[in-house]
Design a protein around this ligand. Structure first.
Ligand code: ATP
Length: 589
């Protein structure tokens, strides 16, 4: 702000909050063409005073993008949000409108911002109550309803923050996604007609990371433009970027929330800094790494759902290497190195840097490996393998791609079995064997050999394996109802009720021979369970394909567990004849 400017009264201290409430109401009620109202509003502010700061109203219009007021720590309101922002703030309005003392709003936009800043900066209960009392005493019921929505960061007006920015200036959204600085965007992009150069990421400024687009198997090759592609595991944690400058660190989530208080701001502290600092090579002065943070249970080797990350970080912070739970940072990109932004180098080059800048530490800090592929068969094989490893899916990347913050283009694709259509029929199959899980399901049977009943031979014959589609509770339920009934598989004396032909070298074992085995898993044996003790599971699959890996000579492509059928017994198992009938119906699909 210039001196000249500061001498003038600012627009936000002249214009009442009711003005913006009118805008909210209009947008909420208007069906279609909402952007015209928004554009008119932007123009109003920009025209009224060329030097006015638009930031005060923009931040009220985009509360979810306001990084200066990240959280209010108002538990009561957050809890209320879980009911539904709209209904909560509406019922609040109903209550307040009967009691409210203020009938005409005089509070200005500047007053609201000041009070919201106070609410955020001082989260002591008393001072927060004082601010809320202020709103109660000075705002109409309608205004209070909107203040609640601003605090909950969800206006429910049918227009997103992205749209607000897009209509503010053609470069605003891109600038915001890279800088995450709403004030800078509002102030520097006042003039709609003056374009600005593409923004660059910089140290200790969070940016919105590059995202992956959903794909289907058939679309992968086209998107990869005929190039060899890379396939990485789709890690199931929280997206985190790490900024490092010497021995100082900062960590940010995908929405640019800082997690530095958890993972550490300095080499000597935090759940990770103190462990990983020594991993970096001396030549690395500064860098920005993009990756996924996982919560690892070091005792079971299981990864926990990402809601456990905070607990894991606090445990690691308190107990260092002895912690039971620990965050594990897996890096898949490097965007800034020794003073230079390298987003515009191809992925394969950035990956090369990643391998050189630090020494991996097992289960603490490493680089996500990738497999290479060229064909549709490669995609199918790699997705199959990932499902058997009980992973969420795969991410396919073009090694020649540049890093584009916040973009969701064709260079990074995500593929999960869930995205695929399935054959119409769910199949009731009998669990006949089990193998030991890796990773987050490590140490438990979790990958099941399934069978159909062959009426001619009067035996169960193997048809496939399923290790995907269930959650922990469902898996634990299967294990609970079969507990104590599993027997190690004995190749010399295979069970009389099952035909799987283990000696056939092409045959899939109930165990995990096609997976990369860890030392621990090598010592464990495949297990079988006899029909009278076993359970029927309902399974769906993308298609049924020919194979010699199972006795049926057919198998299920991308099988997913639907539910345990406690109400059914081995007699209700799908028969080989019925399976062939389904194949005929669906012609393999
Ligand atoms: P999206 O993040 O695409 O909006 P979403 O929140 O539902 O969708 P998913 O579809 O489950 O998330 O997965 C996308 C997420 O996958 C990314 O945000 C990223 O954190 C994560 N991810 C996991 N592994 C990788 C990887 N190897 N490379 C890039 N991203 C990965």
């Amino acid at each position: 702000m210039t001196d000249d400017n500061s001498a003038k009264p600012q627009l936000d201290s002249l214009i009442t909050f009711s003005h913006i409430v009118n805008l909210f109401q209009t947008l909420e009620k208007k069906k279609g063409k909402k952007q015209d109202v928004l554009i008119g509003f932007h123009q109003f502010w920009k025209k009224r005073d060329k030097h006015s700061q638009t930031y005060p109203y923009i931040r009220l219009l985009c509360p979810s993008s306001d990084r200066e007021r990240n959280t209010y720590g108002l538990k009561e309101l957050t809890l209320a949000k879980s009911s539904s922002v709209g209904s909560f703030s509406n019922s609040l309005y109903d209550i307040l409108s009967n009691r409210c003392v203020v009938q005409h709003g005089t509070i200005t936009i500047s007053d609201v911002n000041k009070k919201l800043d106070e609410l955020c900066l001082n989260q002591e209960r008393e001072s927060q109550e004082e601010v809320l009392r202020y709103f109660y005493m000075n705002c109409t019921a309608e205004e209070q309803k909107w203040i609640v929505r601003i605090i909950l960061k969800d206006l429910k007006i049918g227009i997103s923050a992205d749209t607000v920015l897009t209509h503010y200036h053609p470069d605003a959204l891109e600038q915001f996604n890279v800088t995450n600085d709403l004030k800078k965007v509002a102030v520097e992009l006042m003039d709609y007609d003056v374009r600005v150069p593409a923004p660059q990421i910089s140290l200790f400024n969070a940016f919105t990371p590059m995202l992956s687009q959903k794909t289907s198997i058939d679309d992968v090759l086209k998107a990869m433009k005929g190039n060899t592609f890379w396939v990485e595991t789709k890690l199931d944690g929280e997206r985190i970027q790490m900024h490092k400058d010497g021995s100082n660190y900062q960590w940010f989530s995908r929405k640019s929330h800082s997690y530095t208080y958890l993972y550490g701001s300095h080499e000597s502290e935090g759940a990770l800094c103190n462990l990983i600092h020594k991993s970096f090579r001396n030549e690395v002065k500064n860098c920005i790494l993009d990756g996924e943070m996982l919560a690892l249970n070091t005792e079971t080797g299981r990864f926990l759902p990402f809601g456990n990350l905070k607990t894991a970080a606090l445990d690691a912070k308190a107990n260092g290497l002895n912690a039971k739970l620990r965050p594990f940072f897996r890096v898949f990109d490097c965007l800034f190195l020794n003073g230079k932004c390298i987003m515009e180098s191809p992925l394969e080059k950035r990956y090369g840097f990643m391998l050189k800048i630090f020494e991996p530490q097992k289960n603490i800090f490493d680089v996500v490996p990738h497999a290479e592929g060229n064909t549709v068969e490669d995609v199918i094989r790699l997705l199959d393998e990932s499902m058997l490893k009980l992973e969420e899916g795969i991410i396919i990347k073009n090694p020649l791609s540049l890093y584009k913050p916040s973009s969701r283009g064709e260079d990074w694709l995500k593929l999960k079995a869930d995205y695929m259509d399935s054959i119409g029929d769910n199949l009731d199959l009998l669990i006949v064997g089990g193998s030991w899980g890796e990773g987050r399901r490590g140490g438990k049977l979790s990958n099941f050999l399934l069978a159909v009943f062959d009426e001619d031979r009067k035996k169960f014959i193997s048809v496939g394996k399923c290790g995907s589609g269930y959650n922990y509770q469902e898996l634990d339920e299967i294990l609970r109802v079969t507990e104590g009934k599993w027997k190690p598989y004995n190749a010399k004396n295979p069970p009389s009720w099952l035909i799987h032909d283990y000696d056939n070298k092409n045959r899939e074992k109930p165990g995990i021979p096609i997976l990369k085995l860890t030392e621990k898993l090598f010592s464990l044996k495949d297990m079988v369970i006899s029909p009278e003790h076993s359970k029927i599971v309902e399974v769906l699959c993308a298609e049924i394909v020919v194979t010699d890996m199972y006795e049926c000579n057919f198998t299920l492509r991308f099988p997913r567990f639907v539910k345990l059928r406690e109400d059914k017994g081995p007699d209700d198992c799908l028969t080989f004849l019925q399976l062939k009938e389904i194949i005929r119906h669906t012609r393999g699909k």
